[in-house]
Design a binder for this molecule. Structure first.
Ligand SMILES: *Cc1c(COP(=O)(O)O)cnc(C)c1O
Length: 360
């Protein structure tokens, strides 16, 4: 068996320890004589799995009691619609558009009400986070929306926007559990887990209780109403059971690493190795304004598309995979999520230095 250093933006690297545990339990989960994949979601064993997953997530993020945790399906994309359908009481929302995912969420919400693009960084290929300290927040906005970490462009909000008292909704798909957060500053935090937590198929929504009501837009399907899932503790219909089980294992792994404060420290140390090299290299350059750099997704270029392609090809052959940048940015992108060990980044930088010398 040989594992590569997988720099994929998502689905992405998972902790090896978690994969080994899941392998051990594949045929017989803790004496039940069956795999979690074969188990009723209404069984005692599964009830324990989902309850523990929620409890561990609550502990990790210090989630206040007046917030519900929902394990849903449909990807982050489904939330682009579910959020306006459930929260647009006045049919008005303000969007800060800092990348492709926020742009898609903005377009989707436009199907349900009046959406205002109150700030954007599209003028410079989303390479920075706009100043959000004094934005023209709409008087009657139901919420203000951000994508907190921009997976494709590699930017991150280091301070949350001043929403002037309006509810803040954040897509945290690619920075989920990468550092401590103050949940009480948000109305809704959500993300697909396939970036920084678990396998594709699960979306976690953390939502303040008073926002969970029957007062949704007319025609909202039962399955797209938060209340349906909140009332049933995420077991209204068959949940993505195996995915939730793996997420639960990752939560326990994170607790063992020391929790989110320890992860933040580790992630900062890890990202600095790559950013420091990008800052001194004569060949490779980071594409993001320094103060807005993401700890999770690091895009970089040589400035020469042929050289980029050569680098990606040779890196792949050397065991550093999925480094090709998103098609809208080009160049390279290293996603260095929680489960990427520091050695992976150290060895990548060694490889980049060697490549730079050979191709100078
Ligand atoms: C990947 C990603 C999405 C899309 O996720 P799906 O689960 O494919 O719908 C949305 N937002 C962010 C920030 C992402 O990184």
């Amino acid at each position: 068996m040989s594992r590569v250093y997988n720099f994929s933006a998502g689905p992405a690297v998972l902790p090896e320890e978690v994969l080994r545990e899941a392998a051990d339990e594949m045929l017989d989960y803790q004496g039940t004589g069956m795999s979690v994949m074969e188990m009723s979601h209404r069984s005692k064993a599964y009830e324990t799995i989902i309850k523990e997953a929620e409890a561990d997530l609550r502990e990790l993020m210090n989630i206040p009691d007046n917030y519900k945790v929902l394990f849903l399906q449909g990807g982050a994309h489904q939330q682009f619609a579910m959020i306006p359908m459930n929260l647009m009481k006045n049919k008005v929302a303000d969007y800060i558009v800092t990348g492709m995912w926020a742009k898609k969420a903005f377009a989707e919400a436009g199907k349900y009400g009046k959406v205002n693009k109150i700030a954007t960084s599209e003028d410079e290929t989303f390479s920075y986070i706009p100043d959000c300290s004094d934005l023209p927040i709409s008087e009657d906005a139901d919420y203000v929306y951000i994508c907190e970490n921009n997976t494709i462009y590699g930017t991150k909000f280091k301070t949350l926007p001043n929403t002037k008292g309006k509810d803040l909704v954040a897509d945290v798909s690619s920075c989920f559990l990468s550092e401590p957060v103050d949940v009480s500053k948000y109305a809704v935090i959500y993300g697909g887990v396939q970036k920084n937590i678990g396998p594709a198929g699960v979306v976690i929504v953390i939502i303040r209780e008073d926002l969970i009501t029957e007062d949704v837009l007319p025609g909202t399907p039962t399955m797209l109403t938060y209340k349906t899932h909140a009332d049933a503790d995420s077991l209204y219909n068959t949940p993505p059971a195996y995915g939730i089980y793996i997420c639960g294992k990752v939560f326990k792994w994170l607790k063992k690493q020391g929790g989110l404060a320890a992860m933040k420290e580790y992630n900062e140390k890890k990202a600095a190795i790559l950013y420091n090299y990008l800052d001194e290299s004569k060949m490779f350059k980071g594409t993001v304004r320094k103060e807005d750099r993401s700890l999770m997704n690091v895009p970089f270029v040589t400035g020469d598309a042929d050289l980029d392609a050569k680098f990606v090809k040779e890196a792949t052959a050397a065991g550093f995979t999925n480094l090709k940048g998103h098609r809208s940015v080009g160049g390279m992108r290293a996603s260095i999520y929680n489960a990427m060990p520091i050695e992976g980044v150290e060895k990548l930088v060694e490889f980049m230095k060697k490549f730079e010398k050979e191709n100078a």
